[in-house]
Ligand binder design. Structure first.
Ligand code: GDP
Ligand code: ZN
Length: 454
């Protein structure tokens, strides 16, 4: 058996060369380690100490700043030391090695943040936002992750839980006085309180769902017959040439992907190779990948060359799309047809799509209308201060709480025990978000996705 919380160490800065490299340590009582590595010095908490970092023979490995944070006033709640040296991979590796000699173990991914959570420095939603901030793929996502890290999302969850506790106390109190239960609950306006709680949960859920759009982004696939302009549209959206555009039908045979950002929302676009039947083995693989991409998409852009209309090729592609997939019909090449570009209200779609947009992938006319339509399809309402960068784990918990509250509202006047139980389950679901009731294996999953040194 090893000690429950050994000192951990990791290179906290990104691999490779950099002006500064940081080694981070967390553990109990790190002052002896600080003295050994600095040649007998005792750092003051939160004051930078300029020092040589020494190896076991007393020879300098590097020099730089040693920062010491005394428990519990640190990120992890334990003693934390940061060694800020020169950011070369060899120097960093030697410094890390020296920390191992002094008894530290290599930190697992997310282990610093996990300790912060276990020592109540952060709740689980805040800990997750640390990873979200590091992984943010747009400025909006980064801003929102920081708000969650500072506790904005957790505060709303705590508010819900507080209301739930108040209501549960009312309901459970009546369980002890069965004769007067109905009068008592009516006098205390239990129904009104439950309704208010449902409203409050709905608001949080709506903000979380918007935030989830920002976190997850959207998946868009381009489908259509060869030569309708899929590659050209992908390039136009991405703003540079990544796919090979050719005049020969069937040249773009692999799946090509690109990520763009629309109003802060990351949008992954995939140009499918066309789902046509073939005996060619390589093309078969392409077809499989296309099918997979199409199945995972939020929206399909169905490209049609208006001069061809709904030809046989397009018909068979449409027949392959699942019925539930949202579609936007793109009538491309307006520069050739002379039609006005933009969203076409009242124009009947040939493909069964709800929206028809005329554009020219060549000139870019109509592209803005397409971008707006994409955001509308996923219900993006724009960034606002009230959004939370929610994960699907959070949405699932909020939906579970919502269902329990609905069940609670359905309870009749003589089902007080059942009512109490639904309210209890709603509270459990909400508390899972901040980590009050969380199984160890879930914690393992959450923190293993962090980078090392965080
Ligand atoms: P894909 O097979 O669907 O990927 O089609 P491509 O993007 O490779 O385009 C096929 C041909 O149509 C190329 O010669 C493109 O330059 C041309 N093309 C694509 N979009 C437009 C457009 O909006 N206007 C015009 N004039 N030509 C286009
Ligand atoms: Zn193509």
């Amino acid at each position: 058996m090893t000690a429950p919380n050994p000192t951990i160490a990791a290179i906290a800065t990104a691999p490779g060369r950099g002006g500064v490299g940081v080694i981070r340590l967390s553990g109990k009582n790190l002052l002896p380690l600080a003295a050994q590595i600095s040649g007998g010095k005792t750092p003051k908490p939160r004051v930078a100490l300029y020092t040589d970092f020494l190896d076991g023979a007393g020879q300098p490995i590097d020099n730089g700043l040693l920062l010491y944070f005394a428990a519990p006033a640190s990120f992890t709640g334990e003693d934390v030391i940061e060694l800020q040296g020169h950011g070369g991979p060899v120097v960093m590796e030697m410094l890390l090695q020296r920390c191992m000699e002094l008894g530290a173990k290599p930190a697992e991914p997310g282990e610093f943040t996990k300790r912060a959570f276990l020592n109540n420095k952060l709740d689980l939603a805040q800990a997750e936002s640390v990873a979200d901030l590091i992984d943010a793929s747009s400025k909006s996502a980064a801003r929102m992750a920081l708000r969650s890290l500072k506790g904005a999302f957790s505060q709303h969850i705590h508010g819900l839980v507080d209301d739930l506790i108040t209501l549960r106390m009312l309901v459970e109190a009546t369980l002890d006085f069965p004769e007067e239960d109905i009068d008592f609950l009516e006098a205390a306006d239990a129904r009104g309180k439950l309704q208010a709680l449902q409203g409050r949960l709905k608001t949080v859920l709506a903000s979380a769902e918007q935030g989830a759009i920002l976190r997850e982004g959207m998946n868009v696939v381009l489908v259509g017959a060869p030569n309708v302009g899929k590659s050209s549209l992908l390039n136009a959206l991405a703003g540079d040439d990544i796919a090979i555009v050719t005049d020969i039908a069937g040249t773009t045979r692999d799946t090509v992907r690109e990520q763009i950002t629309l109003d802060g929302v990351p949008v992954h676009i995939i140009d499918t190779a066309g789902l046509r039947e073939t005996d060619d083995v390589v093309e078969q693989i392409g077809i499989e990948r296309s099918r997979k991409a199409v199945n995972e998409a939020d929206v399909a852009l169905v490209l049609i060359d208006p001069r061809e209309g709904l030809n046989e090729k397009t018909r068979s592609i449409l027949a392959d799309l699942s019925a539930g997939l949202k579609k936007i019909e793109i009538r491309n090449k307006t520069d050739l047809t002379g039609e006005a570009a933009g969203i076409s209200d009242g124009l009947a779609a040939l493909s069964g799509a709800d929206t028809v947009i005329r554009l020219s992938a060549k000139t870019g006319a109509g592209l803005d209308a397409l971008k707006r339509a994409l955001l509308q399809e996923i219900g993006w309402q724009g960034e606002s201060e009230s959004l939370f960068l929610a994960r699907s784990r959070h949405l699932n918990a909020l939906h579970a709480a919502e269902a329990e509250l609905e069940n609670a509202a359905l309870c009749g006047n003589h089902q007080i025990e059942l009512l109490a139980e639904h309210l209890r389950l709603a509270q459990t679901a909400c508390s899972e978000i901040t980590g009050e009731f969380t199984a160890d294996d879930l914690l393992g999953v959450i923190f293993s996705r962090f980078c090392i040194g965080k």
